[in-house]
Design a protein around this ligand. Structure first.
Ligand SMILES: O=C[C@H](O)[C@H](O)[C@H](O)COP(=O)(O)O
Length: 236
């Protein structure tokens, strides 16, 4: 299949998984965390489409990024904040890499910190992916995004290298350093397959100047994955 064909199929799987997840997990009156990225965009679009049919009109979304907030508003999906709703019924979000125990690497779109805050505030965390995201071991396919304050970022880069990472400063499409919604830098850290993600997460979490990282461990409650064989649901 051509690259273009692969991309079109992947988009179809993302959409199928997103729609299945919205239809299966979002109930009237719920407050729903809205993830970030192309798969999460299909979630927002499904909520908007259902609203147009008069369904789920009282569902409110809590976006994990300015981009998702703008998309939801543009499609007429009501949005609120985590301050107004400190406990969410469910969050629907994508991921970059999914291990068999449903641990994740996230943050390819740079929204890792808000995504993790929202996930930790949610009773249920439903991760929606195409089958290409499945991986035997985290780190096999993706670097771990690490969000750092710009103050002293080179020290963080050296620290991350000391943990075994090949570190790349993320840049935007125009060549400028990418800044998160919090105004921080993202260091993409290629560790290769990660044998002990809990230990790595503890090291990253203990370092001042690192404000977030893309290892999402013990957060996923449900995985919805779509591929050539259809849509599959796994619960943890
Ligand atoms: O920061 C972005 C998020 O973690 C996304 O959920 C992740 O990068 C997956 O993105 P996509 O759905 O576009 O593949």
């Amino acid at each position: 299949m051509s690259q273009q064909g692969d991309g079109a199929a992947t988009a179809r799987y993302k959409q199928a998984a997103a729609e299945w997840a919205v239809d299966g997990f979002v109930q009237p009156g719920m407050v729903v965390g809205l993830g970030t990225g192309s798969t999460a965009a299909f979630v927002v679009q499904r909520l908007a489409a259902l609203r147009e049919r008069g369904r789920l009109l009282d569902v409110v979304g809590v976006p994990t990024s300015r981009a998702t907030e703008a998309l939801a508003r543009s499609l007429g999906v009501p949005v609120s904040t985590l301050d107004a709703h400190p406990v969410l019924d469910v969050t629907l979000d994508g991921a970059d890499e999914v291990a068999p125990d449903l641990s994740l690497i996230k943050g390819g779109g740079g929204a890792l910190l808000r995504e993790k805050i929202v996930a930790q505030a949610s009773r249920r965390v439903v991760i929606v992916v195409d089958a290409g995201k499945l991986s035997p071991v985290l780190g096999t396919h993706w670097p771990v995004p690490v969000e750092v304050m710009s103050f002293g970022w080179r020290s963080q880069a050296r620290f991350l290298e000391s943990l075994g990472a090949r570190v790349t400063v993320r840049h935007g499409a125009g060549g400028e350093p990418f800044l998160t919604d919090q105004g921080n830098l993202v260091l993409d850290c290629a560790f290769g397959p990660i044998d002990a993600p809990e230990a790595l997460a503890a090291s990253l979490g203990a370092r001042a100047g690192i404000v977030g990282h893309g290892l999402f461990l013990n957060l996923t409650t449900d995985l919805v994955v779509a591929g050539p064989k259809g849509v599959e649901h796994r619960a943890r």
